[in-house]
Design a protein. Structure first.
Length: 408
């Protein structure tokens, strides 16, 4: 999730959009650090994070009339800091009850200084002033020229896509790392790799580098075809056409019967040919990610055509449980699970549901076609509907996860 949000952060910065806050985690703030107009916060709940861009619907910087504040002024009597939190005190601050504030266009504050309601004071606000919000977090104000809506629609589209793009990039890099740690990757060839000692294959005389060209008269062209054909013949006499060097011979075997999840499968005790070259390991990052992507789209297609089943989804609780299982299998499985999870997050975020990145990109495309902004009130209503759907779905999925993994 952090990698996803960093994509939005980086693209926004490069597009000239002010990133007011980059948060790791959600909920109450633990620590905060401010640099180059962005406040970086670490928050209590380790559930992803967020990027708060100036002018986005998630960004609310309005100061309500009647707010008690402390204004810090520079030598030119311009406001450089607006303190609205009771948790922060500045001895140089001027106590002001704000009656009107415009921190977007006019950059001005009006209010009553030191409790004197007989005179309304006017204060100009510096373009780069900061505001200390109720929870004590100091962020920069968001003038119109640095807001999300002030950059071109194409830059907004890139910023919205940058999060999922980072997910895809992480999946590729993680898969490459896993390939190097494994020492090589399967070639998906019907040529045999190592033969397990004492297995059906060894007893039948099969050797490494032999190529099985057909199973029970049916041609096989790759490892998937080969293993599928063998798995479908548990305990049955099976004819194999085996090419060894320039010679092709036929061998009769009886695949060993093994059980998994209540199903019977045939097993010979053969392993796939492994390519340990650097190029193969680098290529694996793309091929593995592509295969997982196809599986995700196939699962999404079944959800649409075969009926929705909430057990096909997982929330934070389910992800935690699956991560624990992957951890017990070793670091390589954790890395591959990370790649799979990152691809899931990237693809799901591109679903055109309002409030998700996909929904925002659709709105950008509509705006580009219309050549004028979508009315703000319409965009707000659509986004609220999207948020409502996501909240209801998340609650339902989380409760379902708790029942599946913890309530027996």
């Amino acid at each position: 999730m952090i990698v996803h949000e960093f994509g939005h952060y980086y693209a926004a910065k490069k597009s000239g959009i002010l990133v007011r806050e980059f948060s790791v985690g959600m909920g109450p703030k633990i620590v905060a650090y401010r640099k180059n107009s962005t406040t970086y916060t670490l928050r209590l709940l380790p559930l992803g994070g967020y990027v708060r861009m100036a002018g986005s619907q998630e960004d609310d910087s309005e100061i309500k009339p009647g707010t008690m504040s402390s204004l810090v002024l520079n030598d030119e009597r311009k406001v450089t800091k607006i303190i609205t939190s009771s948790k922060v005190y500045d001895p140089n601050g001027v106590p002001v009850q704000i009656s009107k504030a415009d921190l977007v266009d006019d950059l001005a504050i009006e209010g009553y200084e030191n409790g004197d309601e007989s005179v309304t004071k006017h204060f100009d606000v510096d373009h780069d002033a900061t505001i200390v919000e109720e929870d004590g977090t100091e962020v920069q104000i968001a003038p119109r020229d640095v807001q999300l809506q002030s950059v071109s629609v194409w830059k907004r589209m890139i910023t919205n896509f940058a999060g999922p793009f980072n997910n895809f990039l992480l999946a590729i890099v993680a898969s490459i790392i896993a390939a190097f740690m494994m020492g090589g990757v399967s070639t998906n060839s019907n040529q045999l790799g190592q033969i397990q000692y004492g297995s059906v294959a060894q007893k039948a005389g099969l050797k490494q580098n032999d190529t099985i060209t057909s199973v029970q008269g049916k041609k096989v062209s790759d490892w998937v075809d080969l293993t599928t054909a063998i798995q479908n013949r548990p305990g049955k006499k099976t004819d194999l056409a085996v090419k060894s060097g320039q010679t092709t011979k036929h061998i009769t075997v009886v695949p060993k019967t093994v059980k998994s999840s209540g199903q019977k499968y045939g097993q010979l005790g053969i392993m796939a040919q492994v390519d340990s070259s650097v190029s193969a390991k680098l290529k694996y990052g793309f091929t593995y990610s592509f295969q997982v992507t196809k599986q995700i789209f196939a699962a999404l297609g079944k959800m649409v055509t075969g009926g929705f089943n909430i057990n096909q989804l997982a929330g934070p609780v389910g992800i935690y449980s699956m991560t624990s299982k992957a951890s017990s299998l070793g670091i390589i499985y954790v890395i591959q699970f990370t790649a799979m999870l990152s691809l899931n997050l990237g693809i799901v975020n591109l679903i055109p549901i309002p409030a998700l990145d996909g929904g925002k990109i659709v709105m950008n495309i509509i705006e580009a076609i219309r050549r004028k902004p979508i009315p703000e009130e319409y965009e707000t209503v659509v986004s609220l509907i999207g948020v409502g759907i996501l909240v209801v779905l998340m609650v339902a999925v989380t409760w379902n996860d708790i029942q599946r993994f913890f309530i027996k």
